[in-house]
Design a protein around this ligand. Structure first.
Ligand code: FDA
Length: 315
């Protein structure tokens, strides 16, 4: 992805008209285009996809989609959905691992609302043996996300982990702090459109930073996640682990649902722990647009499906 296409898709992701259009067609049938990246709109659909992924030998994390909520009511609704998810998963025999975003729980409304909602989720999650990964959003939320994460960690919520992004210049220091806490990190390149002042503009820098940070995570002796579809990053991780004698079960790879299924399968077959990030829910549009921004050739696939879809729905 280059910065231009990211910016373009970021702008489109703010369009209500496009959102309405996409929402009408994107998940309408089993073949609809958004289903390539999103497991469905309901918990039941997500559980079906989760069961099938688990049966194929993958680890998984479920994400109830939603972000940037503007009212306490919307944050409460998202919190209730997570509580329902914990209840349903606990009974379904699906791996107990969830990912969530703090702006979905009200971070843009106010910090206290967000922290209250997060605590309401972490309580039952802890009782039922869930691990909760706090996704990282754009750089205007980085510091607050880390502050909340660290505050809760210090209050003995130890079933939480965080995400750090190699495109941010600050991440080396954030890794140092987080390793010092002893918390689990998911390392990603970063998915948002960021200014040069805070993020490396060139792929080469993002990747070389990723490799430096990956080595620090592996050397830490703690259990972390390397989340990328980039074969160069993956092979470098495998080579580094081999060089340092780090066994396959001391770290995991993670990939997004529907992306590089071939690579997911080959890593699993080679004996690596492979976790699939499985998003679901009605608020899939911003997530979906980030996936298009990462790989603009996905647009051709969407347009083809869309014209097919409109014909099918008319008939
Ligand atoms: P890169 O973008 O270079 O892609 C490498 C290759 O992967 C491509 O050549 C292509 O083959 C394939 N690929 C990548 N994206 C694709 C797409 N959309 N469609 C089709 N093929 C694609 N980010 C963030 O800011 N906060 C977060 O919390 C998370 N969480 C997260 C969890 C997990 C499990 C993953 C895998 C990723 C994230 N991300 C994220 C997203 C991450 O920051 C990044 O935007 C994407 O993973 C794409 O970057 P890659 O490292 O895959 O490399």
């Amino acid at each position: 992805m280059d910065a231009g296409s990211k910016a373009f898709f970021y702008a489109l992701s703010r369009s209500d008209a496009l959102k309405r259009l996409a929402s009408k067609y994107g998940m309408a049938t089993k073949e609809s285009f958004a289903r390539r990246f999103i497991a469905g709109e309901t918990i039941e659909e997500a559980l079906g996809a989760a069961q099938s992924i688990q049966d194929q030998g993958y680890l998984l994390t479920l994400d109830y989609l939603g972000e940037s909520v503007r009212t306490p009511e919307a944050a409460t609704t998202a919190t209730r959905e997570y509580l329902r998810l914990i209840d349903v998963i606990s009974r379904a025999g699906i791996e107990r691992n969830l990912s969530l975003k703090l702006t979905q729980l009200g971070l843009d409304v106010d910090r206290a609302t967000c922290v209250d909602n997060l605590r309401r989720i972490l309580g039952p999650a802890g009782e039922h043996g869930f691990f909760i990964r706090i996704d990282m959003e754009d750089s205007s939320h980085t510091q607050e996300t880390i502050n909340i994460f660290e505050a809760l960690w210090r209050q003995d919520y130890r079933h939480i982990g965080i995400v750090l992004q190699s495109y941010l210049r600050r991440t080396e220091e954030d890794i140092t702090r987080t390793l010092h806490l002893g918390a689990r990190i998911r390392l990603v390149k970063g998915a948002y459109k960021e200014p040069r002042a805070v993020a490396y503009p060139s792929h080469r820098d993002v990747e070389s930073h990723f490799l430096t940070l990956m080595k620090r995570l592996l050397d830490s002796g703690q259990y972390h996640a390397i989340a990328t579809h980039d074969p160069a990053m993956i092979e470098a991780t495998i080579a580094y682990a081999a060089e340092r004698g780090i066994p396959n079960d001391r770290f995991e790879f993670q990939m997004l649902y529907g992306i590089r299924r071939d690579l997911q399968e080959s890593l699993r077959a080679r004996g690596y722990r492979m976790r699939i990030y499985l998003p679901f829910g009605r608020e899939w549009f911003p997530y979906f647009m980030r996936r298009l921004g990462e790989r603009p050739s996905n647009v051709a696939f969407v347009l083809r499906s869309l014209s097919h879809e409109r014909r099918a729905l008319r008939n």
